[in-house]
Design a protein. Structure first.
Length: 371
């Protein structure tokens, strides 16, 4: 049964019905085309038999959601939870730590790395789902019959997937690894002050000297704040490439900005003085110098380690990228050549170090013997 919930009274009634239900499927539909923040349009929950589609656009009392979803007695099952956690936090003020991600669980079980929800349902439950409504307008009311059916099917199989995947994780003795990964993902989702780190995502920052890096940091921080205030995508303010060039050119006046030739006149008119303030602002935070690209010798070491990791991953039926990504391998290479032996901090979660510890130690000893 599919139930449409569009009032606070019907929402309370729904939550009362689910009081004794400990495992609940959870999904969201949202849009994020012309905004900085995602706009929540629909929230779906299911006990595995029925699906409740909650029209969040009609609910005003957000405290009702907090009392229900932050209950320690319930486990919420999601698939690929990162964006859902973001939109729930921004739109409803929810911070969930009682969650199970079916995609993450599948990553440990040789079912498919980053497998989609539909393919996972097909693989484990042998049900084929419709995909036609993925890009539809979820803010529009009323929803079509197709949208309603799609929204319900997106959540109703999650409790059954939870049961199947939990048994498989126990059988493979990887439940502890999975739980550790979930703790990492939840912590990552709720990290504060992420905008202070955005400059690290700009391509080519290793080319910048310390003063230029300070300018880039300040420009990125200003742009993040402006995008948040205006609720528009970052690139609609100014894109990364322009911020990088501004950090190098170091303009001192509006005329300087105009003469650069790579900023539109309307952007200068709107943001010119704010850009100049960011460029000349003193840096209060000491920034670590970014890593340069690996040297030719380091690349050989990288390739050798990657080959062994791929072999290990294949032997334990885990995707190589899930076991150890490119950034982690690069950090291993750099630490092997240094006196820093804190390898566990390299990894997203420490189960990876548990599996790779012997490999790393072997390469470390071999490097020390030959240098």
């Amino acid at each position: 049964m599919i139930v449409w919930v569009d009032s606070e009274s019907s929402l309370l009634e729904t939550f009362d019905k689910l009081t004794e239900t400990s495992v609940i499927g959870l999904d969201t539909e949202f849009i994020r085309t012309n905004t900085f923040f995602p706009k929540l349009a629909l929230l779906q929950i299911s006990d595995g038999n029925d699906a409740w589609l909650i029209d969040v656009l009609s609910i005003n009392d957000l405290s009702v959601f907090i009392r229900f979803f932050e209950s320690s007695e319930k486990k919420f099952i999601l698939h690929s939870c990162a964006e859902d956690l973001e939109v729930l936090r921004h739109s409803l003020g929810l911070k969930l730590d009682n969650i199970f991600d079916t995609q993450v669980a599948a990553n440990f079980l040789d079912i498919g790395y980053c497998i989609g929800y539909g393919n996972l349902v097909q693989t484990l439950i042998n049900i084929s789902l419709e995909k036609s409504m993925t890009r539809s307008d979820w803010m529009k009311r009323p929803l079509s019959v197709g949208q309603t059916r799609y929204a319900a099917q997106d959540v109703i199989h999650l409790p059954q997937l939870y049961d199947i995947l939990t048994k498989l994780l126990l059988k493979s003795e990887r439940l502890y690894f999975f739980e550790e990964e979930m703790r990492y993902l939840i912590k990552l989702s709720y990290q504060e002050n992420q905008k202070l780190k955005y400059y690290q995502k700009v391509k080519g920052i290793w080319k910048l000297n310390p003063l230029e890096l300070d300018r880039l940091f300040n420009l990125c921080l200003w742009r993040e704040t402006q995008a948040e205030i205006s609720d528009i995508p970052r690139a609609r303010v100014i894109d990364d490439k322009v911020l990088f060039m501004l950090s190098v050119k170091n303009p001192k006046s509006i005329d300087d900005l105009s003469n650069l030739g790579f900023i539109q006149g309307n952007k200068i008119k709107k943001y010119g003085f704010a850009i100049l303030d960011a460029v000349k602002k003193d840096q209060a935070v000491k920034l670590d110098p970014p890593n340069k690209p690996l040297s030719s010798e380091q690349r050989k070491l990288f390739k050798s380690i990657k080959t062994e990791i791929m072999s290990l991953a294949e032997s334990i039926n885990i995707s190589p990228s899930f076991l150890c990504n490119k950034k982690e391998i690069e950090t291993i290479v750099r630490k092997i050549e240094s006196s820093d032996n804190e390898y566990e901090k390299i990894f997203r979660a420490s189960w990876r170090y548990t599996l790779l510890k012997d490999l790393i130690e072997r390469y470390k000893l071999n490097y020390q013997a030959n240098h």
